[in-house]
Design a protein around this ligand. Structure first.
Ligand code: ADA
Length: 636
């Protein structure tokens, strides 16, 4: 039978001739990859560990499984090189059966140096080096569900829905021989179908219906030899249909279901990409809290567990590979391989609806074979997974008739008018121009966002000032653009969380991209978070903006309140400052006293803020010229 033994603990890590004790998950760029200067160590480091010979059945097999090693690595066991892997975001395994001895010396050389063959190399995020996801030793019987094929799970579930019934085509991949038995159970563990393979009918299937009812079934596969079970695996899956209409947007299970959500990067302060399950859970919790129904998992394959969480929460996922910013002529094979791994490994997730081919690939240079390669990658996705769509995230300056826009099923633009460039309205115009030029291609907004530092504030927010107030204004404008265009199939805010990009220097904190709705440490929800919650969430709330902007000057002060109720009353020092009816945003202006105890009341809910009067604008809220930095390091 299959035994999965975790090998995360007790590694010797050597960098620059210095050895230290570490546990996995680990990166050597947790600090220097987030401090700015674009000078984090991109080098080769080694991880070493010993483990005893695992107990094996007669002719049983042992595999090492790596869930994520960034970016490239060579693996040695007892002195022999047993495998190499390029691409830092996918699972890979290697059969080590023939290399085992009583005491096994495992060495992994991990390489995140710059090169021209492995994506990503040019991008606005830190490429943390290290073994940053789990390492397992998997032992199985001689006959077992496959462990060799591109890190896949050995089981492929293709669900369809017909006349209210679910049909699940189940394919299993066996190494060796044996009899396969499949059992499909519902969420309560009741068996709803079983047999030896092929297509199973689940009568009156309960659909996987997005955030409202993300109902999952489980397919268990058992392999037996002479009546004895020798291996077991399982996959959660969901019955759902979707389509995308170029005029009406996204449909889930036959109903209009406009996709409104966020992009996510995975990293955290100090530990970079070496994050825990609890952190994945916290992230998905915050994404649900803001009321999103979709997440673009940028710019690479995320941890398997995160796709599981999206399945469970009903989030619609855009999954992608790090084919980003610059086409490298010598890296087609690597991009193709990363796509094959992504689809093989994540195929069963009902949350995923599209495979992202590339992101802003026209940003730097053309690359001779860029267009031809996009076609090849697109054809590959269609052939390998006919059940899903393909998409690209287009650089904002690429013309609507750019040849790449004719390749995938769906096109989304990354638009930053109003941030990197002036004039919000140009984003709406660009979307309309595209829509007119490509009436049959569904169009989305794959990124849009503005920097915001929780310590920077202004009563007259301006483009580039990095204040929370400007971020709110930016997103208010974009919500207008989005909500007046029902044809947009999906929108993804850039970004749910601040993230590290060591080449950046903005907002007085080098090394970071601050376009998050939530800070890097996940502790502070910026005001723009509440704007989105007002638009997207059914969970009632009232939120007074400016909680970190409490020292104010002038005769009067204006306070903004976000709420998903339609009426808000504001009280200042116990007296009503007015009652307003409206939607999402409520503004109140009142005379500034020495101390202003403010309370917003709405539908039985309250929020509070105390503002104190100061004689002149507090300079601490403004970025000094010295700290201003620039976008130069990451030029749009
Ligand atoms: C690009 C890129 C992202 C992001 C963004 C930004 O659109 O796709 O990775 O960093 O720029 O913030 O400028």
């Amino acid at each position: 039978m299959r035994i999965v033994k975790n090998l995360n603990d007790g590694w010797k890590f050597t960098l620059d001739g210095k050895t230290s004790d570490v546990d996995i998950p680990h990166t050597w760029n947790g600090e220097d990859g987030q401090s700015g200067g674009n000078n984090y160590r991109r080098t080769v480091a080694t991880y070493e560990k010993t483990f005893p010979r695992p107990a094996l059945e007669t002719r049983g097999k042992a595999y090492l499984e790596f869930k994520g090693v960034n970016s490239s690595c060579r693996v040695f066991l007892n002195g022999s090189e047993i495998c190499a892997h390029d691409g830092g975001y996918s699972t890979f395994r290697v059969n080590v059966t023939d290399f085992l001895s009583d005491e096994n010396a495992l060495k992994v050389e991990v390489d995140n140096r710059a090169n021209e063959t492995v994506y990503p190399q040019t991008a606005d995020f830190t490429f943390y080096g290290g073994i940053y996801r789990d390492v397992n030793l998997v032992t199985v019987s001689e006959n077992h569900f496959d462990l060799d094929y591109y890190g896949g799970p050995g089981i492929k579930v293709t669900p369809t829905v017909e006349d209210g019934d679910g049909k699940a085509k189940i394919e299993t991949f066996v190494s060796g021989s044996g009899d396969v038995h499949i059992t499909i159970s519902d969420a309560d563990g009741n068996t709803v179908a079983e047999g030896c393979g092929g297509t199973f009918i689940v009568k009156d299937a309960r659909l996987w219906d997005g955030v409202k009812d993300p109902y999952l079934y489980t397919a268990k596969a058992a392999l037996s030899v002479n009546g004895n079970t020798v291996d077991e695996i399982e996959a959660a899956f969901g019955f759902r249909t979707f389509r995308v209409d170029p005029e009406l947007g996204f449909f889930l299970n036959g109903r209009s279901y406009p996709l409104r959500g966020v992009c996510r990067h995975q990293d955290r302060p100090k530990i970079g990409n070496a994050i825990t399950r609890a952190m994945h859970e916290e992230d998905v919790g915050l994404i649900c809290d803001v009321g999103a129904n979709t997440v673009r998992l940028a710019h690479y394959q995320h941890d398997d567990y995160f796709y599981d969480l999206c399945d469970r929460k009903g989030l619609i996922v855009w999954a992608e590979i790090p084919y980003i910013s610059r086409h490298m002529n010598g890296a087609d094979e690597n991009a193709m391989n990363q796509m094959r791994e992504l689809i093989t490994q994540e195929y069963n997730h009902p949350s995923i609806v599209c495979w992202g081919l590339s992101n802003e690939i026209t940003m730097h240079g053309a690359g001779d074979d860029r267009l031809a390669f996009h076609k090849k990658l697109n054809d590959f996705c269609h052939a390998y997974d006919p059940t899903r769509l393909t998409v690209i995230a287009v650089y904002m300056v690429a013309g609507v008739r750019n040849k790449l826009n004719y390749v995938p099923d769906l096109v989304s633009y990354n638009l930053y008018h109003g941030w990197y460039l002036p004039f919000f309205s140009l984003s709406g115009k660009k979307l309309d121009r595209f829509h007119k030029a490509h009436p049959a291609t569904p169009l989305g907004l794959s990124e849009y966002g503005a920097e915001a530092m929780p310590n920077l504030h202004s009563v007259k927010p301006k483009r580039g000032d990095n204040t929370e107030e400007f971020q709110c204004l930016f997103h208010e404008k974009y919500l207008d653009i989005i909500e007046s265009r029902p044809y947009i199939w999906a929108t993804h805010v850039w970004n749910m969380f601040d993230f590290a990009a060591d080449a950046r220097n903005q907002g007085g904190e080098p090394g970071m991209n601050h376009k998050g709705l939530v800070t890097f440490d996940r502790k502070t929800k910026k005001d723009a978070f509440w704007l989105y919650k007002a638009h997207w969430s059914d969970e009632k709330f009232v939120h007074i903006c400016g909680k970190r902007f409490t020292r104010r000057s002038g005769k009067t002060v204006t306070v903004k309140v976000y709420s998903n109720n339609d009426e808000v009353e504001l009280f200042v020092n116990g007296k009503s400052a007015g009652k307003k009816r409206g939607a999402y945003k409520f503004e109140f202006t009142f005379p500034l006293e020495e101390t202003n105890a403010i309370e917003a009341r709405s539908g039985g809910l309250t929020d509070e803020l105390v503002i104190t009067k100061v004689n002149s604008p507090d300079p601490a809220y403004k970025l000094s010229k010295k700290n201003k930095g620039s976008n130069k390091s990451w030029e749009k």
